[in-house]
Design a protein around this ligand. Structure first.
Ligand code: ANZ
Ligand code: ZN
Length: 804
């Protein structure tokens, strides 16, 4: 009997079976597991192999959890508002609403072709009025709590997309989408006070089971810094310039000061000789973006002609203006210590200003500095403080300044309030009404959603106003409070709005009375496992955490963190490196042909096999032939065992249990590429055994069950061929009988900076290097991007990595 692996037929058959009899039916008696993918924005070219990498991982985890007896929620939806969808629609000259519908159709077909267990009954799209009703509702609650406010702001402006760009959308001075150089434009904006949550957003990072790298990026973005405000009296005036510094210990070395060009004193203190130069400089600075100012290669600046008094040394220090000082950080003015700050050093060198060393590295003599010394040391040239270690000096100097009434402790955050309005068509209308008498009035909740009007012209206006402002019948309304003629807000929300809370909606997607019901939230939320690319490490995750905390504060949900566990999958890169561009490479990286030729099980296996899931990996479409050959070999092995099953032996018992152990262990640690290589090794080993003594049915059936999350169609088919009834997914995950495994192993804890981050099973008798290496592999994803400075092994107990 020649029984060939016919992936086409098998995959079609099982997808039909699953559609009729889902492998994950609702069952309240089971524990829940909520496994979430970062949802895509549907674009025209469909999914490419890079999207699939993350989706295969989440699908494997979901199927594994189903087999372990969980009721799994694994939903999918569409982040379909926003610039990418709108720009695509404009390019293709189809209305965004239609464009989005078409794209979703393509995406959905493709996702089904990969054999994913998405719960389509929970599908959502951020563009659905029944969904964005709640996006608007959340905004109204924030408005009522005073978290939303209007502000006239010089904003980053892309002259090509004709759209305001958030700071994070400006990459190296250019528009994130089209690369055109960003300029500035003054516009009225809606802002959200995310800064009110800065401290909680920072503090709660600690308890999250997330990659350390992501936590570090979030923490740096929030950017808390402890420092002092110090007053420098302006010579010949009663005014004082307040500076923010993190280094009061260097105060004696402050030999000049710099004000941001926007600082209010600039126009008050310059001398007549400097008037023209200052005015020209301030004007030029206003045209530049913050990003450009920070990135400028050469320091520029102008002397105001005025002096201030160093409060400790009593010396006169010249006051300069330069755009490397930002107006909206700290006090917008700094004391400059060129000996110990790189930027100040550069500035002093360029303009010939005094450099005075006040911190000395222990055991070194003072020589002429060729660069700023930014490290710790002891205070020198610092009067009564000489000899004080710099770390201590920060406190001591500050205490002295506080006594004198010229300094105080402060904390600064880099986090800024969130610019929440966009002057574009394709977004949620901001549900507010402007009334001459009543001011800004929120749209009453019964009138939500404020639907986006269907229009012919949705291209952005080049005035910076939203295209909605041109639709009189939509704009003109009566004030909900006083009934007088009033106007709707015409700005729309950023794409981030819909994606900041979507995970709360999936479990209760049809609820028209609440964002999510209390009982359903209680059961399903928060998300247990969140999977997606590291490109969302900062903004999306920060906004989602902010929304969750807000909804917690107003009693909608009872948890403060949305995602218990986070996994960042690496990207799929082109051969030789380089990102896959959806527009340029879409075709050659489309999974469709691969599915047709090799089957989705082979593609799934290859997506996992190309490298550790947390790292970027290079794609080679020919590589799939390898996993395809392996699946064929496994198929033949199963065929042979079925034709000629052997009796079990001690050796087979060992192999069976070791296989369960290896695959489970690697799967639990998300070492999914080594799961695939493990299957390859066991397939080879068992194929050899078939030729010598034979392989028993039980071992082969265990292998099929282990295979199920990875190659689900083949596993179902083989399970059936072995004469079993019911889905392989109803079989439970195989348990390993350790007594059948000769090697003795123990479990030890793995820590990062003293905090529990995982565990690893090791042979306690193996050498320390091996144990540390195993521990490292076990939490590789969490160590990504960290520098290990020390490795500590406590025999038989734990491994601790000290990282920077
Ligand atoms: C004197 C000094 C001496 C400083 C020294 C550093 C080293 P973080 O940690 O980022 O908060 N600074 C303050 N406000 C600024 C502004 N608006 N624009 C640009 N730079 C500003 O950095 C705080 C330090 O950045 C402050 O401490 C100040 O320089 C500078 F050896 O003051 B320092
Ligand atoms: Zn009114």
């Amino acid at each position: 009997m020649e029984n060939k692996y016919n992936h086409k037929q098998i995959e079609k058959k099982w997808r039909g079976v699953w559609a009729e009899k889902p492998i994950n039916p609702p069952d309240n008696s089971k524990p829940k597991f909520y496994c979430l993918d970062m949802f895509p924005y549907p674009s025209g070219s469909g999914l490419h192999v890079g999207h699939w990498r993350g989706y295969v991982i989440s699908d494997v985890l979901s199927r594994h959890k189903i087999m372990q007896g969980y009721e799994v929620l694994h939903p999918m939806g569409w982040d379909a508002f926003g610039l990418p969808a709108e720009n695509y629609a404009i390019k293709m000259k189809i209305h965004p609403e239609e464009a989005v519908k078409d794209c979703i159709k393509i995406f959905k077909t493709q996702l089904n072709d990969i054999g994913t267990v998405y719960d389509w009954k929970n599908e959502l799209s951020t563009t659905d009025p029944a969904y964005y009703k709640w996006t608007q509702w959340i905004f109204v609650q924030m408005f009522k709590k005073g978290l939303a406010y209007e502000k006239e702001m010089p904003l980053n402006w892309c002259p090509s997309c004709k759209v305001v760009l958030a700071n994070e959308e400006v990459i190296a001075g250019g528009c994130e989408r089209c690369g055109t150089e960003a300029t500035k434009k003054n516009l009225r904006q809606w802002m959200l006070r995310i800064t009110d949550y800065a401290e909680r957003l920072l503090a709660d990072l600690d308890g999250l089971d997330w990659p350390e790298k992501v936590k570090k990026m979030q923490s740096e973005w929030i950017g808390k810094s402890y420092g002092s405000e110090i007053d420098f009296k302006i010579d010949g005036s009663n005014n004082a310039i307040k500076v923010f510094t993190t280094r009061p210990d260097t105060l004696f070395g402050a030999t000049f000061m710099v004000l941001a060009p926007e600082h209010e004193f600039v126009m008050q203190i310059y001398t007549n000789e400097q008037k023209n130069a200052i005015e020209a400089y301030v004007k030029a600075a206003a045209a530049k973006s913050n990003v450009d100012r920070m990135a400028a290669k050469e320091k520029t600046g102008v002397f105001t002609g005025a002096y201030a008094v160093n409060p400790l040394s009593g010396g006169l220090v010249p006051v300069w203006v330069s755009d490397y000082v930002l107006a909206d950080y700290g006090t917008g003015a700094i004391m400059c210590v060129p000996a110990h700050d790189e930027r100040d050093f550069e500035f002093a060198k360029k303009f010939g200003l005094e450099i005075r060393q006040v911190i000395q590295k222990e055991g070194e003599q003072i020589t002429e500095l060729t660069e700023a010394y930014i490290g710790e040391g002891v205070m020198v040239n610092s009067g009564q403080f000489d000899g004080t270690p710099s770390a201590q000096g920060k406190e001591v100097v500050l205490e002295y300044l506080e006594e004198q009434g010229i300094g105080k402790k402060t904390t600064n955050y880099k986090l800024r309030d969130w610019v929440f309005s966009r002057q574009r068509y394709w977004g949620e209308p901001i549900p507010l009404i402007h009334c001459e008498k009543c001011g800004v009035v929120p749209v009453p909740e019964v009138d939500l959603p404020v639907e986006l009007p269907r229009v012919e012209f949705y291209e952005p206006t080049d005035t910076g106003e939203s295209p909605l402002s041109k639709i009189d019948e939509w704009v003109n309304v009566s004030c909900p409070t006083c009934g007088a003629a009033a106007k709707r807000e015409t700005n729309t929300m950023p794409q981030w709005a819909g994606s900041s809370w979507y995970f709360m909606r999936y479990p209760d997607v049809n609820n028209s009375n609440a964002l999510v019901s209390k009982e359903i939230a209680q059961k399903w939320l928060p998300v247990d496992y969140y999977i997606g690319g590291v490109e969302h490490a900062i903004l999306h995750l920060l906004y989602a955490r902010f929304y969750t905390k807000f909804l917690y504060d107003i009693g909608v949900v009872n948890f403060e963190e949305p995602f218990k566990k986070l996994f960042n999958n690496g990207m799929v890169m082109k051969k030789g490196g380089g990102k896959i561009s959806k527009s340029k490479d879409g075709e050659s990286f489309s999974p469709d042909d691969l599915v047709a030729n090799y089957g989705c099980d082979a593609l799934r296996m290859y997506e996992l096999f190309i490298g550790p899931p947390e790292q970027d990996a290079e794609w080679d479409s020919r590589g799939i032939e390898g996993t395809f050959r392996f699946l064929n070999k496994l198929w033949k092995l199963a065929d042979d065992v079925r034709a000629n099953p052997a009796q079990t032996t001690k050796e087979l018992e060992f192999i069976k249990n070791k296989m369960i152990y290896d695959i489970t262990y690697r799967l639990n640690n998300l070492n999914l590429n080594t799961v695939v290589s493990g299957f390859m090794e066991y397939t080879n080993k068992l194929s050899d055994l078939v030729k010598t003594g034979g392989v028993d049915k039980a071992t082969m059936e265990v292998m099929v069950r282990l295979l199920a999350p990875f190659a689900p169609h083949m596993a179902e088919e083989l399970w059936e061929l072995f004469g079993n009834n019911g889905s392989v997914f109803a079989q439970g995950w195989p348990a390993c009988d350790a007594s059948k495994m000769v090697e003795d192993t123990i479990q030890i804890v793995v820590q990062v900076n003293g905090k529990l981050r995982g565990d690893v099973t090791v042979d306690p008798n193996s050498p320390q290097e091996d144990i540390i290496a195993a521990a490292k592999a076990a939490i590789a994803a969490k160590l990504e991007g960290c520098t290990i400075v020390k490795e500590i092994y406590v025999k038989g107990k734990l491994v601790n990595f000290v990282v920077k």
